[in-house]
Design a protein around this ligand. Sequence first.
Ligand code: S3P
Length: 445
Amino acid sequence: MAHSPNTPLQPLTALKSGPLKGRLKVPGDKSISHRALMFGALATGTTRITGLLEAGDVINTAKAVTALGAKAEKKGPVWEVKGRGTGGLMQPEAGIDFGNSGTGTRLMMGVIAGHGITVHMSGDASLSRRPMSRVLKPLRLMGLETAEDRETLPLTVRGTASLVPIDYVLPVPSAQVKSAILIAGLMAKGQTTVVEKEATRDHTERMLRYFGAQVRTVEKDGTTRITVTGDAELEGRDVVVPGDPSSAAFLIAAAVLVPGSDVTVEGVLVNETRIGFYKTLQEMGADVVLSNPREEGGEPIADIRARASKLKGVNVPADRAPSMIDEYPMLAALAGFAGGDTRMEGLAELKVKESDRLAATAAGLAANGVSATVDGDTLIVHGTGKVKGGGTVATHLDHRIAMAFLTMGLASEEPVSVDDTAMIATSFPEFRGLMERLGAVYRAG
Ligand code: S3P
């Protein structure tokens, strides 16, 4: 697998490229793909998934549900999951490796919580550093146990058929934590409620309803209470996965940055809880237009067209962070090309992603001659309208750090290198191929 300490590094360099042109699609949304597999496993009957993201993180979730007795396999273009019903998953024969995926791990903790099974969960070096207490704390209140006195992987977790419902205020704005609790709540006796002070992506709520669960959302005094009814029965469904806006972000950013470009990405998920990056680009003056709005699989989608644009620095408020949390490395790199400062507030969660993305982004900018200041949870990029480049970026097993700087290098004066690209396959294996189809130039090494 890409993250073994013995795997040789795969460095890559982005070169200044000519105009990027074309219309294309990006692979399926990662968040929705994980959920489709897990809810399919918890449903009765067969779930058929079209457009599943076939990237490392999601394949690990497919393997995980299969190991728990809900076989997930590809038949022609469609993935089929043979569900076992809520509470029906089985003791796996061996431990389960979640690779690089925080989403896979945390949501599966919610799944396992409602089953009387014991599962050894592990991951790569990046995942093994990420905090699990945020999900373990509420899940322990519900009845989950862990064998180790530790809050990071590897962990042996034990679920129970008699979970207790909880009413829980999220201490961090995390869709992963919200989802883990709601999933466990499906198997608890009674009503489980999660309260969020800042809206996070709502794919779990939408898809659980689609699978037949009772999920109620009430907004009051600026907070959202989401309640799921326990002892739920889910029914297998057909799911169509829309294009991933977090992957499209790199192609759109490249089109905005490279002079003369005109690129359209078709069929991208444009759920309000996911499009903060595109709003911010428009505020920066980028020619980014959403058109042809429609629905796919219970989610709004649209085509996104971007043309090369002159950018100005903006303030990105903290309350926008959850809707673009995975896009900050790309935005920060873009901000180097803008005239003036771009101030991004409320970035605490960036520090606990696949890497400390705040530090990794700041270091990558510095290596390429972009001046930036980190002030607590705020990142300020001092844009000058152009980026020198010429540096090598340390990616720290983080796919989005790699892709952000490989996008920046297409428009900087000198080439930009990243020390490794292997982990790009965890979320967007087609990244380089699609960029090259648009006209981007990369050189190995
Ligand atoms: C995800 C939620 C986000 C995001 C991650 C996917 C999800 O994490 O960074 O890539 O599918 O729920 P947090 O909810 O922990 O911020």
